[in-house]
Design a protein around this ligand. Sequence first.
Ligand code: SAH
Length: 223
Amino acid sequence: MKDRQMKRMMNDIESEVHYTRRMIGKDALDPRVMDVMAKTPRNEFVPRNYMNAAFDNGPLPIGHGQTISQPYIVALMTDLLELEDDDIVLEIGTGSGYQTAILSQLCKQVYTIEYVPALADMARERLKRLGYSNIEAISGNGYDGWPEHAPFDAIIVTAAASHIPKPLIEQLKPGGRLVIPVGHPHSYQELVLVDKNEDGELDIRNVLGVAFVPLQAERDEYV
Ligand code: SAH
């Protein structure tokens, strides 16, 4: 039963990638990302009362007014980061820990920050129970990044920001990539991909219209 649901979820992701191919500039995602999506049990990351929708290609509530992101968006954002095995990754907005689990299987170490302490605790315990060991999860304001572990090969923000936080750009390695939804917090945003080249210059590109919950407690440190 679960296998069949997972197969359906993977098919749904593939169709949506195909449907959005002109915007995202590709007709298929990295097979390594798709393999990890197919073997990560999303049902372990959703509340019991939404279990029957665990493999639907849509977001679901996880409490505290927050959501677990849509599988297609999780796959796309992961793909955009072009992770390599020895990469160190920073994630802002742990939420359920689902995106964290996906990232952790494609890099060396994930540092993840969640604003709501109860969600951070729940995600940390869940990820540990499921055996994902290369993850450090704390509660805090991700706007500031995590300077102690910087610089990062890749940074992913899974909450809607009004601008790209300067601390995150500063903590991105030359040659690194950052993906973040930018726009009005209570409506739609653009998924933005930032490439920092070896000279520290930024290439900023809009990828797709998305809808995320707001990034809390933003400061005014513009890039
Ligand atoms: N990747 C998560 C998405 C959760 S929704 C998942 O798929 O489960 C976005 C999360 O960002 C929420 O849990 C919210 O509490 C968190 N968040 C919002 N503002 C934040 C901030 N300033 N720092 C860290 N986390 C933040």
